[in-house]
Design a protein around this ligand. Sequence first.
Ligand code: SF4
Length: 422
Amino acid sequence: MNAQTINPQSLNSQSLPVTTTRQTTSSDRLFLAGGPGFAQHRQVFGPLPSLSSAQLIDELRASGLAGRGGSGFPAWRKLAALDPAARGRSVIIANGAEGEPMSAKDATLLARAPHLVIDGLLLAAASLGSGDLYLYCSGTALDAARRALDEREDARRIQLREAPETFISGEASAVVRSIEKGVALPRDHRKRLTEAGLGGRPTLVHNVETLAQVALVARYGAHWFRSQGVDDESGTRLLTVRAPGNELRVIEVPGGITIDDALRRARVDPASLSAVLVGGYHGGWVPAQAFGTPLTRDRLAPFGASPGAGIVMGLAKGSCPIQVSAQIASYLAGQSARQCGPCVNGLPKMAETLSRLAGSHSAGGPLPATLAQEVRRLAHIVTGRGSCHHPDGTAQLVLSTLSTFASDVDAHLAGHCEEARA
Ligand code: SF4
């Protein structure tokens, strides 16, 4: 077997060189200023526009902008969710934590275009009358964020906070707890952050790329925003593309481009891959024969994937997909907060069972057919039982593995690995 051995923990943006396409392409919007300085930013994008809350919400609704942090929640809905009577007490947090080891787009955005993020945060705050503002990001992006905040008078009230390098540090309720108590653990979701978040006040947590896109929509309008992308994936989005033998690249692409196109734009040869994992470690596998699939929610759904936080991870031909998935599942099982039953018992058991399946070809003989059924059973058991989405996302990856690589699973059960013969 030519294994694509991965150490998921080592794949964070701190440990990998990130290449971004420097030359301007027709897709470039977020990186149009060509550098992180405030003077450049003002020269290209001009001053902050002034919009009422209703105007901003209407424009965002018409733009179709979906959140870029993973859930794809419509951006306008978050703003509209706040009770008008409580808006003056509200807190807004720009979330740049990339606990997902495969993602580097938020750190790259903060390094190259931090002022669009700050603009989006200030615009949202002005429209709601919010008092307290935070920028929460990983250590990788902290210096760039601090430099940008120091450059502008109107950003003095934004407080900078460092996110721990854990997988769940970017989960919205973990963000609030991290700022409030210094512990980035999700809390019970029965309490809505928009009603009682930081310090018991209504709180909005927006991904930093979402806020940067808000700044563009506020300036240029919904019609302009929709001039790139497709109906159900409007505008541009950032992708982090990683493939064996290639540099990690962060690229800006029109929404809804195909996987094949995204790989080529990141200078990855699609023919070198047998599949891609779309949406990160909580995403789904898409096989090479489906690389013509557009990166939209509907078209990716059959693979258990979604555009999510814009992650495309290639699986090299000749690598064992079951083994790679088992490594990721084991990593995810170790990343839980161990607060809820499915994380304490279910995820380790599911990861261990998938690892047994992954290693069966080298264990000297066939394994019971029930092993795959057991992995599936455990995935269904943990789904929907945690306080946060972590067990669901991990189960989704595992179920996508069993479905996309069904013939590899059968081969492993029979005691060999198809990729070993490739
Ligand atoms: S489901 Fe898991 S990760 Fe989420 S809060 Fe519970 S223990 Fe923590």
